[in-house]
Structure formats: structure tokens, C-alpha cells
Design a protein around this ligand. Sequence first.
Ligand SMILES: [Zn+2]
Length: 133
Amino acid sequence: MMTETPPFTIEQFYKFVSEKKLMAAECVECGTMHLPPRPLCNGCFSSHMKWVELKSGGKLLTYTVIHIAPKRFESLAPYPVGIVELEDGLKLPGIIRDIEHEKISVGMRLEVGFETVESSGWPVWPRYFFKAP
Ligand SMILES: [Zn+2]
């Protein structure tokens, strides 16, 4: 039995990511999915939400290669970032890993992978990324 529903916040989204789960908030009233999660529905303004686990596959809608990266990603540059449309219809931005840049193409199938986080402290910002299925 669930004791308490976790809050519908971006922090909670990343807590799920640290558990290797991709979760979105679904409005119980009208079924609208929210990613990033939010406590109030865009569609009907209901606050009756539940967490649902998303399928981790989707197709690449668009991407770009980042050459000048923010500090914490500097060691990765140049790296591709893309927006993937998940099977549930939600769009998720993220870094694409382990695929040669020339082989990346719009429309290709990608899958969400999860990074293992070394730190045990909170807050940490565990990362998900996209990879070839
Ligand atoms: Zn709604």
C-alpha cells in the first residue's frame, strides 16, 4: 500500500531518475500527462495527479551538437543533445550518448538510459540520457 504520494516536483522526478525510473505526472481527471511534473493540470486545472512510469523508448525529433558546454558538462563536449518523443507522446530533452555523431539522425529510435550516481548525498542531480536501443 502506498502511504503517501510523493510531491509532483522536479526534485521528485530526479529522485525517480536516481531509482532508474522515468516518471511523469498524469492528471486523474482528464489524463493529461505532465513532464516535467507539476501539481496542477494544464488541461483542467485539477490537482488530482498520480505518478506513472513512462516507457523508455521513443524517436528523435530534433538534435544539435553542443560544442561550448556549461561548466559541469565541459568534459563531455562536443556532445549531442536531442528531444525525443516518447511512446506516451511526451517530449523529453536530453544528452545522446554512445552513438557516433554522424550516425545520429532525426526519426531514429532511442532509448533512455540512466547514469549511476556515486554520491550518496542529497540533493544530487542524477542524469538520464539517450542511447541506441
Ligand atoms: Zn486534467
